[in-house]
Design a protein around this ligand. Structure first.
Ligand code: UD1
Length: 427
């Protein structure tokens, strides 16, 4: 198992270009199955989750190549709409394939994507949405079979603005007969990116970015060339790391409009943020201030995917901050690890009370999930002494070589692989 070894205490500095968004690329890769022509995707990051999605597409018979940041897909010879259980279990986002496969092939067989370290993560809203479009759904244990000769447009009201359910319903509805309206839709930028992509294929979708999305079904979709948006969570992670190390970093290509709630919280803490044309400068000097209340909520409110990273910053800020997590019930696993580094954080159900300490201290910690892992890397970069972050595979799901990204910004961080340990042993 790989580890990251970080010598902390160096302020981050320099300029970095942010890679493409995992959470936009995953549904767009799935949506590519809707196209009868080939699809070329640009700015697709090299991440474990993307590798898994491409493996699933290949397993279905789709030709899929990923070189540098470009993915070429051709689904002309898809032979199956059955996703084997071991592949479904590797990644929750495999559930995105349900809508496109059902819409294009009239049938899909898959399995519950399984539990997750950050909470239960049900898919009932996905299934209810597809049923409303006329799918016949049979669940036997963890196996799910959905069938529909042709889906029919409907009004679907989501009880909660689930990102995944909104995307799955959009992807199913583009080939349905008539109009689908999703009321109470999620409004994330990744949903707007999916709308842009579907429309490039020839679909008729509008409203993404608001809470009502209208989809007028078409008979077929063609291929296209499409560029994925930059990753707002990676941008946010870099911004928090710059602030936590009292550094000075320039982000290129990030979209500040996607980060409004984070910028607001960071400015309240005393971080300097200058937004220019296509760039953002983030700097901090001296001790930052506590922020009395940060609440995670669906976009455009503060994202759950930045909760852990911002908690690291608040753990070092002067005063008591309160963080409330409303999206996932199991998303405070980084707290114990941060406390092992000297943080003073108490958790009561979905609230974390963070009393800022002047310094964190390096030790050995474990990444329990993707964003918790990113938070520990930030803690290591800011801490006094050496931090070893274990279970790096969680971090690799969403950050393209996080050690290279932070090294480029003057961070002292290296990856130790099993191979390099073996080589050291032989010397
Ligand atoms: C997406 C993001 C993830 C982010 C999350 C919330 C991707 C690939 N992942 O995940 O990084 O943390 O949005 O911003 O885009 N729920 C149900 N029933 C459902 C679906 C969801 O009860 O059918 C609940 C979930 O358990 C959770 C909440 O709704 O408590 C939010 O989930 P959702 O918005 O669907 O997140 P994901 O699409 O899984």
């Amino acid at each position: 198992m790989d580890k990251l070894v970080i010598e902390g205490g160096k302020p981050l500095s320099g300029t970095i270009r942010i890679h493409g968004a995992k959470n936009a690329a995953l549904p767009i890769l799935a949506a590519s199955l809707l196209a009868e022509g080939s699809v070329k995707l640009l700015n697709v990051p090299q991440l474990l989750d993307i590798d898994v999605m491409l493996d699933i597409l290949r397993n279905l018979g789709c030709r899929a190549e990923h070189e540098e940041q470009t993915v070429l897909l051709d689904g002309a010879n898809i032979a199956s709409s059955h996703i084997p259980e071991p592949l479904m279990r590797q990644m929750r986002s495999s559930v995105f394939l349900m809508g496109p496969l059902l819409a294009r092939f009239g049938e899909v067989q898959l399995y519950q994507p399984g539990g997750c370290a950050i909470g239960e993560r049900k898919i009932d809203l996905h299934l209810r949405g597809l049923a409303a479009l006329g799918a016949d759904i049979e669940e036997k244990g963890s196996r799910i079979v959905c069938k529909a000769k042709r889906l029919t447009g409907a009004e679907i009201i989501l009880d909660f603005p689930s990102v995944g359910a909104t995307e799955n319903i959009m992807m199913a509805a583009v080939l349905a007969k008539g109009r689908t309206t999703i009321v109470g839709a999620a409004r994330e930028p990744e949903i707007q990116d999916l709308q842009r992509f579907l429309n490039e294929l020839g679909a008729k979708v509008r409203g993404a970015g608001t809470d009502t999305i209208f989809i007028d079904g078409v008979d077929r979709l063609e291929g296209c060339v499409f560029e994925i948006i930059p990753d707002r969570i990676v941008s946010g992670t870099v911004m928090v790391a710059a602030a936590a190390t009292r550094g000075d970093v320039t982000l290129e290509g990030a979209h500040p409009a996607h980060l409004t709630s984070l910028i607001h919280v960071l400015r309240r803490a005393g971080v300097q943020i200058d937004v220019g044309d296509g760039i953002m400068k983030v700097g901090a000097s001296g001790r930052l201030k506590a922020v009395d209340r940060v609440v995670t909520s669906p976009y455009p409110a503060f994202p759950t995917d930045l909760q852990a990273q911002v908690m690291t910053l608040l753990a070092l800020s002067d005063g008591v901050s309160v963080m409330k997590e409303t999206i996932f019930e199991g998303r405070f696993k980084h707290v114990d690890e941060l406390c092992r580094m000297g943080a003073d954080i108490r958790v009561d159900l979905n609230h974390a009370f963070i009393r800022g300490v002047p310094q964190l201290y390096g030790t050995s910690v474990e990444a329990t999930d993707l964003r918790a892992g990113a938070a520990l890397v930030i803690a290591g970069l800011a801490a006094h002494g050496r931090t070893v972050v274990e279970q790096v595979h969680h971090i690799d799901r969403g950050y393209d070589r996080i050690e290279a990204m932070f090294s480029k910004l003057n961070g002292d961080i290296v990856r130790v692989t099993n191979e390099s340990l073996k080589l050291q042993g032989q010397r």
